[in-house]
Design a protein around this ligand. Sequence first.
Ligand SMILES: Nc1ncnc2c1ncn2[C@@H]1O[C@H](COP(=O)(O)OP(=O)(O)OP(=O)(O)O)[C@@H](O)[C@H]1O
Length: 189
Amino acid sequence: MLSAQGLTVARGGRLLIEALDLAVPRGGALLVRGPNGAGKSSLLRVLAGLLPPVAGAVTREGTLAWMGEATALDSERRLGAALRFWATLDRAAGAALRVSAALAAVGLDELDDVPVRLLSTGQRRRAALARVVAAGADLWLLDEPASGLDAAAVARLEALIDGHRGGGGAVVVTTHQPLALPDAATVTL
Ligand SMILES: Nc1ncnc2c1ncn2[C@@H]1O[C@H](COP(=O)(O)OP(=O)(O)OP(=O)(O)O)[C@@H](O)[C@H]1O
């Protein structure tokens, strides 16, 4: 579903990644690890097509959902409405149902009516994950999705990724924390 050959990535004139090859098949997962500043987020941006590599090429199949550092939801809207806005843009049919299911999957269903700006740090992270889930995309690119999550939320994240892979989806995850993703490949920068 995703592959890259000979990826060389630089940022601000500094070489971060040199001649990296990777492949993530349907049902696959790739964990990207490395210390602060190693280039994990930059690699994810290159894989998403948001940042051009210095050399090499990325090939993607299917639709893409991106979870970056920002929650990427309108802070003044209520959580459910903010999610439905994006879910409708992603795919109008069944958007409300997809959002309800996604909120339940991240354990935020009771906060549907709460403005996004009032969510706690971990709840915002879960809301961003709900946005990815509700998009119904094939390939998930998740930048530090476990950051700020409590143990129960990390377990939900792992289960969501499992379910996505089980349905033929694929995922690339940057993380500093241990994440139980069976048979995941790892790239350490
Ligand atoms: N827009 C930019 N312009 C110039 N340099 C940048 C830019 N964005 C990031 N960098 C630099 O690129 C390097 C890699 O950053 P990146 O965010 O990819 O690292 P990371 O591995 O995700 O780090 P962390 O674990 O702290 O999230 C850092 O040295 C950072 O300062």
